[in-house]
Ligand binder design. Structure first.
Ligand SMILES: [Zn+2]
Length: 207
């Protein structure tokens, strides 16, 4: 931990001074203090020093996203917010002002002067980027970037693919296939249930 890290300073020496609204094993959700820019502005912060969000492991990302979602729900419900904006500022150029990773939640209210303005509004449209050649160049640069794994970008199917064929017209076979489908559904239910259990464990901080 760098000596100058204000987050580590509070986490390690004065945790009682933090306005905590949520917690998992490795993360806090605390209210921005002392100068919030929105009612209920909250930071999701790893308890251990991480220079930026890029240093989080895959598992920590999941945990952070879980706490983020839960906190957003609490804010919507508890403060009667009309919406939220979530920002991740990575590195100095990206607007990260503390050398310790954090995700910000800004509750949004219709009565606020800035209601409806997306946080992306700080980026004006850039006409010089609206060019097919540039799109191709940018796409290829991003996709071919070496991020250490040596693999092309992962493509993960959002849902389990089912190979269902109905071309035989054979009733018996169709029945078999239906049974198989049911088994697959049961398997999926089991997977969903185990994900829900994991969720519960994370909530209790036992993740
Ligand atoms: Zn720190």
């Amino acid at each position: 931990m760098p000596q100058q890290c204000p987050f580590c300073h509070f986490i390690n020496n004065k945790p009682g001074d933090l306005w905590v609204v949520g917690e998992t094993e490795n993360f806090y959700a605390w209210l921005e203090y002392p100068e919030p820019r929105a009612k209920g502005q909250t930071n999701i912060v790893p308890k251990e020093h991480k220079e930026s969000l890029l240093e989080l492991s895959e598992k920590e990302w999941e945990e952070a996203m879980f706490l983020l979602r839960e906190t957003v729900q609490r804010i919507m419900e508890g403060l009667d917010a009309d919406g939220v904006s979530v920002t991740m500022n990575v590195k100095k150029a990206g607007g990260q002002v503390v050398p310790h990773a954090y995700i910000q939640i800004f509750p949004r209210f219709m009565e606020d002067e800035n209601a409806g303005t997306p946080t992306g509004a700080i980026f004006p449209k850039r006409e010089e980027l609206q060019d097919e050649d540039i799109f191709q160049e940018v796409q290829s640069s991003i996709k071919s970037a070496d991020i250490g794994s040596g693999k092309p970008p992962k493509q993960r199917p959002a849902i389990a693919k089912r190979d269902v064929k109905h071309d035989s017209g054979d009733e018996e076979k169709d029945e078999e296939e239906e049974e198989k489908d049911e088994e697959e559904e049961e398997e999926e239910d089991k997977r969903n249930k185990s994900a829900a259990d994991q969720w519960e464990r994370m909530k209790r901080g036992g993740y």
